[in-house]
Design a protein around this ligand. Sequence first.
Ligand code: ADP
Length: 224
Amino acid sequence: MGVLDTICLSKVYGKGENKVNALEDISVSIEKGKFTTIIGPSGSGKSTLLHCMAGLDNPTTGKVILDDEDIFKLSEDKLSKLRRQKLGFIFQRFNLIPVISVYENIVLPISLDNKKVDKEYVYEIIETLGLNDKISKFPNELSGGQQQRVAIARALANKPEIIFADEPTGNLDSKTTEEVINLLKMCVSKFGQTLVMITHNNEIANMADTCITIKDGKIFTNTK
Ligand code: ADP
């Protein structure tokens, strides 16, 4: 068993002529503390798989087991608490809140959960990501790469077990992409987290411990 396992996961969208088998019988095991990438052509089911793994979308059949728990058997309240406390998300669009500072953006998910901010830990992340001199600025005063680093810091701040990233560098130039991926890898090894990332970029896929290739909703290869 991994930190997260999917068991015979299938997802069907639509009905009749419009029916799409977005995922078919996907069983994968995500290893703790490892960097896994999901690659495949556009429309192959990558985002659907990531969203099901992260409890953001319900599969049609099959299970997602996280820490021995079938996450779709949980009530909506418990599932959203699990997402807030155990999972971190980084998307292509940074989704930062423009009217609050960088620091407030980073600690927002913790504050929303009424938890105490572990300041020492948060500052370690800020320092690791090279954001020390940016924390009192507003997101629109930062470059794209810097904003993505803030989104990474926000995802790491509540110490999630697993970080899910959907094309997190899709909007960044190649130099910034490399920088962001290296920082993410460093954070994962430094803070012992597990990283699952969708990418179109073969160079990024080569940097991962495991690479899952999806085609037409099915696993094509799963290599280490
Ligand atoms: P990828 O992330 O690899 O580009 P997706 O997981 O987004 O692929 O989509 C897989 C398939 O499911 C595609 O054929 C897509 O059109 C379809 N799909 C995704 N989301 C929906 C939806 N909400 N309603 C209907 N079809 C969808």
